[in-house]
Write a protein that binds this ligand. Sequence first.
Ligand SMILES: Nc1ncnc2c1ncn2[C@@H]1O[C@H](COP(=O)(O)OP(=O)(O)OP(=O)(O)O)[C@@H](O)[C@H]1O
Length: 726
Amino acid sequence: MDVYYQSKILNPPNEERMKNSDGFQPSLIQQNLQCFNSLRLKALKVMQSNALTRSTVSGYSSDLLQNTHQYRISSNTGTGDIPGISEVVPKKIRFLIVSYHSEPICEQLDTSTQMVGSISVSTETQTVTLSNHSEAATQTSYNWIPVATEVSATTISTSIQTSSSEVSDASRSPDSGLHAVSVNGTSSQQQFSEDKIMVNFQKFKDALDSMHESLKASIEQLKQDVDRFANSRSIEYIRSSSDLFDPVNIKYNTPLDTEDWYSAKDDFYSTSTNNYSHDKSNADTPEYFYSITDSSTDLSATSSYQTLESYNSDESEFYSFKSSYESNRSYKSDKSEYISFKSPDKSSTSYAHYYSIDSDYDSSSNQHFLSPTDANEHSISLQQNQDIISSHHTSVDVHYANSSNNDTSSCEHDTINNEDYSSFEKEFDIRNLVTINSFGHFSLDNSTMLSMFGFDPRNSPFVPCGYIDIGHLPETLNSIVLQDIKRSDIRYEINDDNSYNEIGRGSFGVVYLASMKNIKNKVVIKEFHHHGVSWEDIEREAQILSYLKGQDITPNFLGVLTPRKKSRNYSLVQEYYGHGNVEDIYLEYDLPPDAWIIICKNICKSLFQIHCNHILFNDLKSDNILVDLNTLDIRFIDFGMATFRKGMRFEGCSGSLGECLFYAPEVREGCFSTPQSDIYSLGFLFKQIIKRANVYQLFPLYNSCTKIQAIDRPTLPEIMEILDTL
Ligand SMILES: Nc1ncnc2c1ncn2[C@@H]1O[C@H](COP(=O)(O)OP(=O)(O)OP(=O)(O)O)[C@@H](O)[C@H]1O
């Protein structure tokens, strides 16, 4: 107590101190906060403009091969069950990860589960389709407007599972496109009774129903706007997708240059993800096509793309595809109009369109021109962007009409075969072009994926959760060189009985107090048990500590101490910090609630910064957080479970984790951890602080952070916002 009150006078407020501290990087947090805020603002704006009063839906997949699924249905009334929260947390849309699987979900299904329904969200067609498989083919489609257009996928398929009888063949097949039991926010389907799942399903349906009502008017409005654009040069765009998700062909009359409206819906992954998320049974239908009709010249052309086969492994992805361009007759290139397909990002442009037929490619604006913009240009060329493709093969079949007439029956024929990795270019005479068909395959390796996306969409749970990739994160931390500490520089503190002064003991080792040459503060030596902890584990923890060094997240990390005897293990050396861990503090000190609130804020701030560095802590509990009672600042220790850029998963030991209640339920069930699972553990810590230190203000936060469904847990910026009001 004394220490605390004294500190209030002697030390500047914690925030000031952090700002002035050398290593602290406010930009990291600020940029991420900006990202969160812009997503939220965008969402709020859409909700307001659509008069969404009750609920809305947003969802996206950030994965090319269905591994990571982002899905959110947020009912604004849904937060009402937490006392006080509905006032504090206004209508918001959160972007939380639901589940993440590195292999097809079917492997995680118990044989006693049966698919009872599926939810498909398609940003391509802007529909949500609910299918209830337990009744005879009930399927309902809803229109929607994606609220977050920065990252969105074409289609997300989500299945609802429940416990009973057999898994259907469709859901077992890795290629079925049905995956991720995300409705409950986790893949822990066994944990829910059938009733509960049906109730949840109903809740989803209700939420979608009301969303549908609210959005209907704005969709109508959108259509009217588009119609208003139509002018005398009537070009008809017929846009369609697979009938599975879009039973209605949308027909719009727009002038050719209304590309903004058109491309607004072409989100980041639209063309690419679209191809991977459909059911195999749909393979005969072109999965993606544009059909363009120019009524003034009677020209029509169709461009289509279809994935024939795709798979991924740890090392690479492989796609085989068929794409074609077909026009009803040769094109009279005396027009200056052009149609452009614009993607917001270079990588998606190359990815989605490199196989399409380009007359021109403007890399600065990322535009592809399907027809020449200049009357004198009569050629188009096939291009591939070499940068992103690590292996490639394409064969192209080209048909020309005889140049003198438009008789397609007497076509000239040209075939290109490309077997090597280099880029190729071939010019065609567009005036007589009738069809181009190309078949091919390409694969992307991991490093290519990283260079394209800035993160590996199959691994990183951070970007989908709203954390941006600031600067260039390294792919791994393996290149960090660890500081070797000289044993002669260390002096262990000795007890009266000549034993080393042991200040802590955990499952992985013993922590001794010592002093070190040239280091003013005391140091701690964390010596790992000889058995059960490998050098690789120790090295990984040390690399994470080095990576976070200087950011005031951990006690100052000094390096690694090599054992003198073979019977001992390596040790990590850190500066001594604070007055004990959180558990020690609530057991030994009687801090007032407002001091605890400050400690909680500091914990959240540090955890947020850990996440901003794309690290998951994975072991958040009271004895892994040290508190300085002078400043009420904190430091995280024990990064033995932490992971960089990816989630952590307990392999096959869900039973033995029964005791570890601070782990999120989805993690206990064997799913990969995410920022949201750290938040569950944070909620569990709040609960302990409430119980041990009587800080009842934290109750609503404990409640929301420990929601069973990861999607229902708040994000760290939201938690910090609430803590600021306490
Ligand atoms: N830098 C430090 N400054 C002060 N005390 C420390 C420091 N590092 C560790 N300790 C003390 O030692 C205890 C055990 O440390 P740590 O959690 O790193 O060990 P562990 O073997 O990994 O434990 P666990 O069983 O939780 O995994 C801590 O709870 C804390 O009380």
